[in-house]
Design a protein. Structure first.
Length: 481
């Protein structure tokens, strides 16, 4: 093919920044950053507030610590059946409730050798740790609540309730402790005394319901009637009651944001919802999901809610009620176990399936794309036109696509980013180029018409010039003779 002579190559480029657009919508399936497969069932997972560390405990007694970077364990400790795990905000301390040997364990992030352990009066069922890692509260099925300091395994105090202690919670600074007992009472304590500040009688046993505490010690739980009370640490008079008429079947699980502004609720009748203290007793929203809620967790400011459900999926919602994504995980038989946990800022989610630990990012993967609109020199759209591209002029041999009825082609090839791309139409009538940036975007490209000197005119010009030169030479020779 003869090389085209391009005269006056001019193109008009109108570029509007769109950036990298995340996939969104209720049907989006998120993929884990990583997963780790085990040979037994995961009873509990927890993630540090900054999302950097994840800990899991299994029915076989395997305690595993991970970094968010990958699924290679930082260390593993093999013991007896683990019922619950907790991790400090910075990930420096890990507290563990072991039912198999009736012990509480404390670990440092740096070693799989326990800092200390303590044998309780019975099967250790529940555990919580203050944000700074200084205080640990535990409960056992012999009705006892224990408070420890990181420095040693001698309890600061203990208290015997009227039933097995299935749930415990502690404020961020460790000043307040709450315990939910099988006797149907919520017990509130100060760090300095084992005498309860108050005892709040509910209409059920905490065997079927959980409790959750905000940073300042405010506590929320299901009362067993038609409301969910929010209690301050200093008084059993509710700060606020949330109406739970939308949640009909147990277990009804709750999670309060660290700032105390939002309460997330999940129920046995496949519903998840969110309350706001500012909005009053009615929920901001309620959604039906694919199965009963197994566990629920909320970010510190209430912006994100994660649930694990009996349909073997986890769902991520934002506080406006939009489902951001879901993921199907390995089935687990566990109810009311902490099998999903969200970092303080909501950026990372740890989850457990029957035999796997997962780490997810809140953000869906970004999709690179650029939308190119092709026009003729007169500005008219080039529709249903095959476009080829290359990385230099005259090398446009790669098929880009065929324009639609608006002259558009959408590309998702990030290898074309950060460089000038050259285009031509399949009939080689039009050419042009544009620079495609690293974040994609949209561009309107007005191509230039290719002009070639007609072959007949070129031949005629050559003949005329040749004749002219020959005539001049002949005349000169006649004059010399």
């Amino acid at each position: 093919m003869k090389r085209a002579i391009i005269s006056g190559l001019v193109f008009v480029l109108v570029f509007s920044y769109l950036g990298s657009v995340p996939q969104a919508g209720a049907t989006d399936e998120q993929q884990p950053l990583w997963s780790y497969e085990t040979d037994d069932k995961i009873e509990s997972v927890a993630i540090s507030s900054d999302g950097n560390y994840i800990v899991s405990g299994s029915t076989a007694g395997v305690l595993t610590l991970f970094s968010k970077e990958d699924n290679t364990p930082l260390w593993i400790y093999d013991n007896y059946t683990i019922r619950a795990v907790a991790i400090s905000a910075d990930g420096n301390y890990i507290a563990v409730a072991c039912s198999g040997d009736h012990r509480v364990y404390l670990f440092s992030r740096s070693s799989s050798t326990p800092l200390w352990s303590y044998e309780t009066g019975g099967q250790t069922e529940s555990i919580a740790i203050s944000s700074d890692g200084n205080y640990i509260v535990a409960g056992d099925l012999k009705n006892n609540v224990y408070l420890f300091h990181t420095s040693g395994n001698s309890p600061l105090w203990s208290y015997q309730t009227g039933g097995g202690v299935f749930w415990v919670a502690i404020s961020s600074d460790g000043n307040y402790v709450a315990a939910g007992s099988e006797d149907g009472c919520l017990y509130m304590f100060s760090r300095t005394s084992n005498t309860p500040i108050y005892k709040y009688l509910t209409r059920h046993t905490f065997l079927y319901y959980n409790l959750s505490m905000s940073s300042d010690g405010s506590c929320v739980f299901h009362w067993g009637g038609n409301f969910i009370p929010l209690l301050s640490p200093s008084s059993s008079a509710p700060l606020q009651n949330f109406n739970d008429n939308d949640f009909e079947y147990p277990p009804i699980l709750v999670a309060i944001s660290s700032n105390g502004s939002y309460v997330a609720v999940g129920s046995g009748d496949n519903k998840v919802g969110l309350f706001s203290r500012r909005a009053g007793e009615a929920p901001l929203w309620v959604h039906q999901v694919g199965g009963p809620i197994r566990w629920i967790s909320i970010s510190s400011d209430g912006s994100y809610i994660i649930t694990q459900n009996n349909d073997n999926k986890i769902y991520l919602f934002d506080k406006s009620g939009d489902m951001l994504w879901s993921h199907e995980i390995d089935p687990t038989y566990l109810f009311k176990r902490k099998t999903v946990s969200i970092s303080s800022d909501g950026n990372y989610i740890a989850a457990a399936g029957a035999g796997k630990v997962y780490l997810f990012s809140r953000k869906l993967p970004t999709v690179y794309f650029a939308t190119l609109t092709f026009c003729a020199p007169d500005g008219s759209l080039l529709t249903d036109t095959e476009i080829y591209y290359g990385l230099s002029s005259g090398q446009e041999t790669n098929y880009l696509g065929t324009t639609d009825n608006e002259g558009k082609i959408i590309i998702d090839n990030s290898e074309l980013a950060n460089q000038t791309i050259y285009f031509k139409t399949s009939d080689e009538k039009y050419v042009g180029s544009t620079y495609i940036g690293s974040t994609g975007g949209s561009a309107t490209i007005e191509l230039t018409e290719v002009s070639e000197p007609p072959i007949l005119w070129i031949a005629a010009a050559v003949i005329i010039v040749a004749i002219g030169i020959g005539a001049v030479v002949f005349v000169k020779k006649r004059k010399q003779s």
